[in-house]
Write a protein that binds this ligand. Structure first.
Ligand code: M6R
Length: 624
């Protein structure tokens, strides 16, 4: 939540920061602001609403270009999305400007202290106190980095802070605790940002900051100078800190729409490639799975007696599907829990529990807190993550990266499919090291997985009828989704997509639960999407769901059936059929989810909604 950019270098700081904000706007779009260091002072502008409002304001009242600057795109927590609450926040003298992502929990007490010392605070935010505290420390003689360290020690909560001071026109300082911040190092320039997308057009060389660290980037100087820019990282006590350098393995084009109407369209279309990339390099010549990056010794994995998957939203749905594969292939009990609930119920965990934390962003606070709790209880944590340099993999014992590439649209699509692939790989790997699956069985599933990219491509090639259907339902009030077995989490995911994109009432149910209550919702014309299991797999479930479709149709429902090619048994009870290629039962979610993504996206567009930035949401939820 909230996107932050800082820049120092030879380009126009204003332009670089604005371009970075455009790439980070998916993180929050309630308001936006910039501050640049120029002419011995700080020039700032901020506006409520989307970034475009700020850009228009800057046309009317331009700011100087500056050589250093900071910017922010906000997802509001404390104080509504007004101009006054937008970042940057400045101290009373206008010498310090700061942007913030996270929540400063003790801000009320700090605010009272500052007010008692004569400071005038003009916003309702928790952030503004930081600008005033930094200004006090600087007027007491500290430089900006030292002031940041002192102030951070006084803050409770989660924060990324990036600040500038008018007296240090070539310096930008950042700090992080439980909230993301990465450094980009270019030729004679450096960037601070919530994620690499902000600076990927300028450099692919990045530094990952650790927990409770302060970074100073200084042009023409500083220790460890990189092409005229020094980057100094310390902990909050000023001790030099270890950092990890990494190279971003995708380029700027990956974070562009590339001719698509929206990032979501593009990311849906990229799924065959993302699925294939996530499998790359993970299968040895002899067909053995190679997950060396897991870093958890096979001996330890053999001792695991319970797997717990923690995740949120769409990633949670991936976890629900993973449970079927993990239990079926490894015979280890698997629990799946929304990360936000996990630690609050005192879960039973020990050294033999493997906790799998699934997160696209690697920054979801609920998931991070869940994994910390698990580690405190002595469990091993394996992260499945799409974002190199993010907090969740860094704090886990092991990580399996999905290779979806940057996912910009708030609604998760390609990340979901690649999370599923990664979950299947983990389940197979557990089966391999524990000997619950024969090598040839594993190779068989791996072959099936390798065929999925092509299957998804075929699904995507025939989506026009789904789009037309979605458009025809733009006026519907409610859509229900039903599924069984692995189709049940798919139904939940279909409903989540529709809620977040089309702002419609949508619910997913296990089809067998229908008769226990939800069938009362069915009335004439109600659209109900049903994900039908393969007739070749657990055929008993297939037949039961066909009966369920008949039951709801008899009560007036308009049935939209997603079924395997050739499954003609659904024809008599389906008002619309969406065919998907034949896949093994456990892998079916990789194909059945895709039409639901397209359906939600098209319906949202038909209702005039902005699919990439749905209202009230943010891509990366870094608050609990
Ligand atoms: O970055 P994460 O995978 O941890 O995010 C988890 C959820 O916030 C995310 O999947 C959310 O539900 C998406 N907007 C759904 O499309």
């Amino acid at each position: 939540m909230c996107g932050i950019v800082g820049y120092v270098g030879s380009q126009s700081a204003l332009e670089v920061v604005l371009a970075g904000l455009r790439r980070l706007e998916y993180r929050g779009y309630d308001s936006a602001g910039v501050a640049v260091l120029a002419d011995g002072g700080i020039a700032a502008a901020k506006k409520s609403g989307k970034l475009v409002n700020l850009e228009k304001a800057l046309v009317d009242q331009p700011l100087p270009a500056g050589a250093a600057g900071i910017g922010h795109t906000r997802w509001a927590t404390h104080g509504g999305p007004t101009d006054a609450n937008a970042h940057p926040h400045l101290d009373n003298a206008g010498r310090v400007a700061v942007v913030h992502n996270g929540i400063i929990e003790n801000f009320a007490e700090l605010r009272a202290e500052l007010a008692a010392r004569g400071h005038v605070l003009g916003s309702e935010t928790d952030t503004e106190v930081v600008a005033h505290l930094l200004a006090e420390e600087c007027s007491g003689g500290a430089d900006l980095a030292a002031a940041m360290r002192l102030v951070c020690r006084r803050l409770n909560g989660a924060f990324t802070l990036v600040a500038v001071h008018a007296d240090a026109p070539d310096v930008v300082v950042g700090a992080r605790r439980d909230s993301p911040l990465v450094v980009g190092v270019g030729e004679g320039e450096a960037f601070l940002a919530s994620d690499v997308a902000a600076f990927i057009a300028h450099t692919r060389s990045a530094i990952e900051l650790g927990q409770d660290q302060v970074v100073e980037v200084r042009r023409d100087g500083g220790a460890g100078g990189a092409g005229g820019v020094g980057v100094v990282v310390t902990d909050f006590d000023g001790r030099p800190a270890d950092v990890r350098h990494f190279r971003v393995d995708w380029d700027a084009a990956a974070a562009e729409k590339g001719g698509h109407a929206s990032f979501m369209h593009k990311e849906i279309a990229e799924q065959p490639r993302a699925v294939a990339d996530t499998l790359l390099g993970r299968i040895g010549a002899d067909g053995e799975l190679l997950l060396d990056e897991l870093r958890i010794p096979a001996a330890e994995l053999r001792e695991v007696d319970k797997v717990v998957v923690v995740a949120c939203g769409t990633a949670f749905h991936a976890g629900l599907i993973a449970k079927y594969a993990i239990e079926h292939w490894t015979r280890i009990p698997c629990e799946v829990e929304p990360a936000s609930e996990f630690r609050h119920r005192d879960p039973i965990l020990d050294a033999r529990t493997l906790v799998v934390a699934v997160s696209q962003s690697g920054e979801t606070m609920d998931t991070l807190m869940a994994l910390r709790h698990a580690r405190e209880q002595g469990s091993r944590v394996l992260a499945i993550c799409n974002t190199n340099g993010s907090t969740i993999p860094r704090e886990s014992d092991a990580v399996l990266y999905t290779h979806a590439g940057p996912e910009v649209a708030v609604a998760s699509t390609k990340a979901f499919l690649t999370q599923l692939v990664a979950c299947y790989l983990v389940a197979l790997y557990l089966g391999q090291v524990r000997g619950t699956k024969w090598g040839d069985e594993i190779q068989g599933v791996v072959r099936d997985l390798a065929g999925i990219a092509g299957a998804v491509e075929r699904v995507l090639a025939d989506m026009e009828p789904v789009r037309a259907l979605a458009r025809s339902l733009a006026g519907a009030g409610t859509v229900l989704f039903l599924g069984r077995h692995v189709g049940y989490p798919v139904a939940l995911e279909g409903a989540l997509k529709l809620k977040e994109l089309a702002y419609m009432h949508a619910e997913g149910f296990a089809a067998g639960e229908l008769k226990h209550g939800p069938i009362a919702l069915v009335e004439e014309g109600l659209p109900v999407v049903v994900v039908v299991p393969s007739p070749r797999g657990r055929s008993v479930l297939h037949d039961k769901i066909v009966s369920n479709i008949q039951e709801i149709r008899a009560r007036g429902a308009r049935t939209i059936v997603i079924a395997e090619e050739g499954d003609e048994t659904v024809l008599p009870c389906a008002d619309h059929v969406v065919w998907v290629p034949v896949t093994p039962t456990l892998l079916q979610p990789l194909v059945t989810t895709v039409p639901l993504q397209v359906f939600a996206c098209e319906l949202a567009v038909a209702r005039g909604n902005e699919v990439d930035q749905p209202r009230n949401l943010a891509k990366s939820v870094t608050v609990e």
